[in-house]
Write a protein that binds this ligand. Structure first.
Ligand code: RP5
Length: 180
């Protein structure tokens, strides 16, 4: 089960001394983003992909945020999922200092329905890509990270194909029910 609040170095259920090293870093600007970001962790859990979770605020802890981005690849991470709301600069700033793929999750806040978060994340300058998912689209962020890892992992690729087949079966079944 995922933690109620983000905690560093969370991994799928493995014993402490047999923990796989995290492939994915899930970071967010505040622990208030966790109710949205948790869906990314759950998606990774479904694929048994190890991840870490942390708060790395671009505005409140800029030095730590830059260090996180600069060290991520050397620490063995393969993908970063970064969520933030409002003036959501975290994904873009991380993308500017890491060579890893960064997936941005616009977190909706009380005002503007997440449009501010979306536009802050999606409109990156050429040369510094962030793969932006929909507002509150953290589940898709987790699934996209799984696909990125699956491109170099036959076993994971097979599980992704099964997942897609399940989606297909469920949609087909819904159509059948409507037609009958
Ligand atoms: C952003 O400010 C965070 O990503 C969060 O979405 C928002 C509000 O943060 P809190 O004031 O709830 O900590 O940087």
């Amino acid at each position: 089960m995922s933690p109620a609040h983000p905690s560093p170095d969370h991994h799928p259920s493995t014993s402490a001394d047999a923990r796989p090293f995290p492939s994915v870093g899930i970071v967010m600007g505040s622990d208030s983003d966790w109710p949205v970001m948790e869906a990314a962790a759950k998606a990774l859990d479904e694929f048994e992909i190890a991840y870490e979770v942390d708060v790395v605020s671009a505005h409140r802890m800029p030095r730590e945020m830059i260090s996180y981005g600069e060290q991520a690849a050397d620490r063995g991470l393969k993908v970063i999922i970064a969520g933030a709301g409002g003036a959501a600069h975290l994904p873009g700033m991380l993308a500017s200092v890491t060579p890893l793929p960064v997936i941005g999750v616009p977190v909706p806040l009380k005002y503007l329905d997440g449009m501010d978060s979306l536009l802050s994340i999606v409109q990156m300058p050429a040369g510094v890509p962030v793969a932006t998912v929909s507002v509150a689209g953290a589940r898709n962020a987790g699934l996209l990270a799984a696909r990125m890892l699956a491109a170099h992992d036959e076993e994971l690729l097979g599980r992704m194909r099964e997942f897609q087949q399940d989606l297909n079966d469920q949609a087909t079944e819904k159509g059948k029910r409507l037609r009958s």
